[in-house]
Write a protein that binds this ligand. Structure first.
Ligand SMILES: *Cc1c(COP(=O)(O)O)cnc(C)c1O
Length: 360
């Protein structure tokens, strides 16, 4: 067996101890004689798995009691519709467009009401986070929407926008559990788990209880109503049971690692190794304004498309895979999520140095 350093933006690298544990439990989960994949979601064994997963997530993020944790399907993209369907009581919402995912959410919301683009960084290919300290918030906005870490462009909010009292909704798909957050500042925090937590196929929604109501837009399907899932403890229908199980293992791994303060320390340390090199390199250049840099997704270019392609190809041969940038940005992108060890980033930088010397 030989493992590579996988810099994919998602689905992405998982912690090796977690992969080993789930492999060991594949044929016989804790004496049940079956895999979690084969288990009823109504069984006491599975109820314990989902309860522990929720509790461990609550511990990690310090989630206040007046928030529900929902394990849902449909990915992060389904939330682009579910959020307006459930929250647009006045039919108005404000969107800050800092990349493709925010833009998609903004466009989807227009199907359900008046979505206002109150700030954007599209003028400079989303390479920065706009100043959100004094935005023109709509007086009747039901919520203000952000994508907190922009997976494709590698930017992250360092301070949350001043929403002037309006409910903040945040897509945190690619920075979920990368550092501590104050959940009480948000109405909804949600993210697809395939970036920084677990396998693909699930989104976790952390939602303040007063936002969970029966008063949703006309025609909202039962399955797209938060209350349906909140009332049923995420077991209204068959959930992505195996994904919940693997995510639960990742939560335990994070706790054992020292929790989110420690993850933040590690993530800052890893990102610094890469950004410091990019700042001094004569060949490679980071594409993001320094004060907006993400700890998780690091895009960079050589400025020469052919050389970029050569780099991606040679890196792959050296066991450093999935470094090709998003098709809309080009160049390279290294996603260095929680499960990427520091050694992986060091190996990448050593390879970049060597490539720079060879191609000077
Ligand atoms: C990947 C990603 C999405 C889309 O996730 P799906 O689960 O594929 O729908 C949305 N938002 C962000 C920030 C992402 O990184």
């Amino acid at each position: 067996m030989s493992r590579v350093y996988n810099f994919s933006a998602g689905p992405a690298v998982l912690p090796e101890p977690v992969l080993k544990e789930v492999a060991e439990e594949m044929m016989d989960y804790q004496g049940s004689g079956m895999s979690v994949m084969e288990m009823s979601h109504r069984s006491p064994e599975f109820q314990k798995i989902i309860d522990e997963a929720e509790q461990d997530l609550r511990d990690l993020m310090n989630i206040p009691d007046n928030y529900k944790v929902l394990f849902l399907q449909g990915g992060a993209s389904q939330q682009f519709a579910m959020i307006p369907m459930n929250l647009m009581k006045n039919g108005v919402a404000d969107y800050i467009v800092t990349g493709q995912w925010a833009k998609k959410a903004y466009q989807e919301a227009q199907k359900y009401g008046k979505a206002n683009k109150i700030a954007s960084s599209e003028d400079k290919t989303f390479s920065y986070i706009p100043d959100c300290s004094n935005l023109d918030i709509s007086p009747d906005a039901d919520y203000v929407y952000i994508c907190e870490n922009n997976t494709i462009y590698g930017t992250k909010y360092k301070t949350l926008p001043d929403t002037k009292g309006k409910t903040l909704v945040a897509d945190v798909s690619s920075c979920f559990l990368s550092e501590p957050v104050d959940v009480s500042k948000y109405g909804i925090i949600y993210g697809g788990v395939q970036k920084n937590i677990g396998p693909a196929g699930m989104v976790i929604v952390i939602i303040r209880e007063d936002l969970i109501t029966e008063d949703v837009l006309d025609g909202t399907p039962t399955m797209l109503t938060y209350k349906t899932h909140a009332d049923a403890g995420s077991l209204y229908n068959t959930p992505n049971a195996y994904c919940i199980y693997v995510c639960g293992k990742v939560f335990k791994w994070l706790k054992a690692m020292g929790g989110l303060e420690e993850m933040k320390r590690r993530n800052e340390e890893k990102a610094k190794i890469l950004y410091d090199f990019l700042d001094e390199s004569k060949l490679f250049k980071g594409t993001v304004e320094p004060d907006s840099r993400s700890l998780m997704n690091v895009p960079f270019v050589t400025g020469d498309k052919d050389l970029d392609a050569k780099f991606v190809k040679e890196a792959k041969a050296a066991g450093l895979v999935n470094l090709k940038g998003h098709r809309t940005v080009g160049g390279m992108r290294a996603s260095i999520y929680n499960a990427m060890p520091k050694e992986g980033v060091e190996a990448l930088v050593a390879f970049m140095k060597k490539f720079e010397e060879e191609n000077a």
